[in-house]
Structure formats: C-alpha cells, structure tokens
Design a protein around this ligand. Structure first.
Ligand SMILES: [Zn+2]
Length: 540
C-alpha cells in the first residue's frame, strides 16, 4: 500500500542542498519528504527526481506513483518572458498570463510528450502528462538552484518563482489539496507612518483615498505610531469613522526609534514596550472613536522572534512584515526555511502575515500571493503618491480582475486566515490565526479544529459567538479533542487564550526618552513638509 503522505526524493546531485526547502514546501501541502530510490515508487505518494539528465525517453512514466522530474540546467536567464498556457493544466491565477521572471532556458530541440504548461522565451520549461491516472511532470530550473541555507521565499518570490512553482503545483495535486477550501482572496494597501494629526499626511489625503477606495473598490490601512496619539484632529478622525470600508489603522512600533523591534533590549523591556504600544493604542481609540487593528507593522521592517513573543503577551494578534525582513531580523533561525510557503508563518504561536513593496508593476507579487493564498498587502509610504494615486488604482484594477476580493482592515484579514474542509456534517478548520472568525455553513453541526502550533501547556481554545451573536456561550475546547457542536448559519470566533501568568505583575511602562520624542517629531515634520519642497531636495 502506498503511504499517502510520503514523497520520495531521488537524485545524486544537489539533494542535500534542497531537501530542507522541499520539506517545507511538502509540509505546506500536508506531505512529508524523504530520500528514496526509484524502485520504491509503489510505496510512495509521489517521487521527485532531481538531476541534470535531459533524456526524456526514460522509464519514469511507467512509475507506479506520480512523479516530477526537476532538470537542473546551466542555461538560465533573468527577465525571460514566461508564458503560461490558458488550459486547465495551468495553475490559477497564472493561467494565460505572460510575465517577466528568472528562468531556465533549456536547449532545443527537446523530445516532448505531454502538455506544455509554461514556456520561457518560447522554450518549454514545464510539461505535464497523465499516464494511467498518474500525473508526471517535467520542469527545468536554472543553476545555481536551491542552496542549503535558503528559505523558501528566496525562490517563491516575484523574480524567481519558476524555481519552485511547478514543484509546488505538483505537490498540491498529489496531496488532495483540492478538497480544502483555502483562505479567501483578501487585499489591503498599507502605508507606514500616517497619523491623525491632520486630514493629510505628506502626499496622503485621507478623504481622497476614502472616495477613491469606494469608486475603485479598494481599502487602505495606515500603520500609525502609538506615540503619535498625543493629539487627534477631529476632522481627520471623522473621515476614518465615516469610512471604515475603505480606511483603517494598524500599529507601527511604539516610538518609531531606529530598528525599534529588532529585539536588542532585555526581554522585560521588550514586553514593557509592547504593553505601552497597546495601552497607547487603546487611548488613541478612545480619543478618536476609531478602532485600530491589533496587528503590528514593524518600523524599518525589522522584527525579532523575541519581540513577537512580547507582542503576543501584550495581546496583539499578528505582525505584518515582508519575508525578507523576518529573515534579516532572525538570522539562523531554523523556522525561517518555511517562510513563503503558507498563508501565514506562525512563530511560537504568533502569526506573521507577509507584505510586499508596491511598485508600478506589482503583477508578479500579486499573482504569487494569490497562488500561495496569502493576503495581498502591497505596502508604500506617503511619498509614493507624489505623482498621484494612479499607482493604487492600477494595482486595484489588476487585483479586482482576479476574482471576488475581500478588501478590508487587518483585523478582518487576519481573522479570516484559515483553511477548511467539509465531509458530511463535519467541518475541519486549520487556522493560522489567534482569533478565527467562522461562519458555519448550512448543514454543518460539528467543527474539528486543527491548530498545530497550539502550546498545550500554556494555551487553550475558547469558542464563542462572533460579534453580538449570543447563541454560543463561551466554552473551552478540551485540549486533546478540539471538537465542538455548532449551529449552522451562525458566526463564531475561535480564540486562542493564554493561561494567566501565575500572578506576575505586568512590566512597568517605560519613560519615552527626549531623544525618541525629538526623532519622531522631526521625522513627521520632514514627511509633512515634503509636498511643499522641490523634488530634488526630497530625500526618501
Ligand atoms: Zn515608519
């Protein structure tokens, strides 16, 4: 009997280098990878065959399990035109798209059998065929390919995605992926630094973005510095209160000092800093009447795992940061290998939601986020709107062309980040969130919850009615049997709670130094003066 979860990796060259990244890729589909031999095919869910061999008249298609041959190729190029065919074999959302990306450029002619899924500069780089109901793919990748210390996102990115996309698509087909409903297509533009001191911040005009978000169907969220909450402009706050569908806030550090969340301070100080950020956020909400997502966008994009632990302890729900920044902030951490393979990487119980820099052409990043079922979060600063808001409208038009998109604030994006699978009256949930909001479909009476990152010693899961729904009085799920009877048609929240910390006193709130205050005030002055200064004097 084949083992339905085990993928075999065959090859003589390069296997040691790539096995960690391929293991992370397999794990994202619920599969396990191990070294294997070709004659083990009958006992495996599938075989990955790695090497430079280009002979296609090989016995691979008579294997007793699905296979993919990854042919490493000396001829690689940057900025190849990669075309995906428009047929059913081509993965959504790449189907029919033509993109510029790094790729192998295998020599012609090739002995081809099967359907060409993608070409690079006109040469096939991905082929698929089905023999006796088993899928057999061939793809070409450029050397150097995956190296030992690489993270998955270093290949699953806007430039190099062809290094791993065929493999991931094949792994999904082997794993029964289609049985799972993935997180919804969700999106949000993000700007770092704006605050409620006036109705505009540099080149960002809140009322304009509210109106354009309504007409162009998009949402913009602003990462604001908790220290800035000392003053709230009434008219600015009203714009946010009146436009929750298109405008929102999240949290941007605490004082916005240099690499504030890099974790260089003591653990106690880190906890105190995050507690202060949350307290200031609450005060800002009371002053403005505007709700802020309990999601952190780290200043200067740097965030250590110890700071994430401090955020979790302070009651934040997630951090939103680029994969590159997470890697830089946590050099050598073994969990970074899987960055980029999942809708969110959960680090010691704290979800890391990826974002990427908005560029005039962000097509590759957007398509890749959709394919990976990650929220689409293009990020900018106010000066990116110096030439107008067309950069937002154009990106929104492309995103909206990909299917029904839920544009919204970071709270709704984070809380909808789960996979589900329905069998009979049972719905299985695999969540990437500390608070998960689920609308129970008609016909479902039982929920099975998968939280592989749950700390059974210090955490528990509570199920409660979502919002004002009172039909579900809060109850704790038994830690070794995460199941609950549910009512169809109702909305519930699954909340990961932490045990009380043995009566320890919360850390003392730190004094904000004069240097930190001055730095932030001057940075704001610089930002606000930019629209009035000739371009050549503006240093971004
Ligand atoms: Zn900033």
């Amino acid at each position: 009997m084949p083992d339905l979860n085990i993928i075999g990796l065959v090859g003589e060259v390069g296997v040691d280098h790539c096995i960690n990244v391929l293991a992370a890729l397999s794990h994202s589909c619920g599969l396990i990878i191990r070294r294997a031999q070709l004659n083990e095919a009958a006992s495996l869910a599938g075989l990955i065959i790695l090497g430079p061999d280009t002979k296609l008249n090989s016995p691979f298609k008579s294997l007793a399990c699905p296979s993919i041959r990854v042919i490493t190729c000396d001829a690689g190029t940057v900025a190849a035109t990669v075309r995906f065919n428009a047929g059913n074999n081509s993965p959504i959302p790449f189907r029919g798209q033509s993109l510029l990306a790094d790729s192998a450029r295998p020599a012609d002619p090739q002995e081809l059998t099967g359907t060409v899924v993608a070409t690079a500069d006109g040469r096939p780089v991905w082929i698929t065929s089905t023999e006796r109901g088993l899928r057999h793919d061939v793809c070409w990748v450029p050397l150097p390919w995956v190296q030992k210390s690489d993270c998955a996102f270093e290949h699953l990115n806007s430039r190099r995605f062809m290094n791993l996309l065929p493999l991931l698509e094949w792994l999904r087909s082997v794993s029964g992926w289609q049985e799972w409903q993935q997180p919804p297509l969700s999106a949000c533009f993000m700007f770092d630094d704006p605050n409620l001191h006036s109705q505009r911040y540099g080149f960002v005009r809140f009322a304009q973005l509210a109106a354009e978000g309504r007409s162009g169907h998009y949402h913009a969220s602003f990462a604001t510095v908790p220290f800035d909450g000392y003053y709230v402009n009434g008219a600015a706050a009203r714009i946010f209160r009146d436009n929750p569908q298109t405008l929102s806030f999240l949290i941007h550090g605490n004082n916005h000092t240099y690499r504030e969340l890099a974790g260089r301070q003591t653990l106690e100080y880190q906890s105190a800093l995050m507690r202060q950020a949350v307290l200031r956020t609450g005060q800002l909400e009371r002053k403005s009447g505007v709700a802020l997502a309990r999601v952190m966008a780290p200043p200067h994009g740097v965030c250590s795992a110890s700071m994430m632990a401090a955020m979790l302890a302070a009651g934040l729900e997630a951090v939103c940061v680029s994969h590159g920044s997470v890697q830089t902030g946590n050099p050598g951490a073994d969990w970074t290998v899987s960055l980029g393979t999942l809708p969110a990487t959960v680090v010691a119980g704290f979800p890391v939601i990826p974002r990427f820099g908005l560029e005039p052409d962000s097509k590759n990043n957007i398509l890749l986020a959709v394919y990976l079922h990650q929220p689409i979060i293009p990020t900018s600063h106010h000066w990116d709107l110096a030439d107008g808001t067309e950069i937002l409208s154009a990106a929104a038009r492309f995103i909206n062309s990909l299917g029904p998109v839920r544009w919204g604030d970071m709270t709704s994006i984070v809380r909808n980040n789960y996979r589900s699978r329905v069998r009979g009256q049972v719905m299985r949930i695999h969540t990437f969130s500390r608070i998960t909001t689920i609308r129970i479909p008609e016909g479902i009476t039982e929920l099975q919850v998968e939280v592989p990152w749950l700390n059974l010693v210090s955490e528990m899961i509570e199920i409660r009615g979502s919002g004002n729904a009172g039909q579900h009085p809060p109850r704790i799920l038994p830690p070794n049997d995460l199941r609950a009877v549910v009512v169809p048609g109702k909305s519930i929240d699954l909340v990961v709670l932490r045990n009380p910390n043995n009566g320890e006193l919360p850390p003392e709130i730190p004094q904000t130094t004069f240097g930190a205050m001055t730095r932030r005030v001057l940075a704001e002055l610089r930002d606000r003066s930019m629209p009035y200064v000739p371009r050549r004097f503006v240093r971004r």
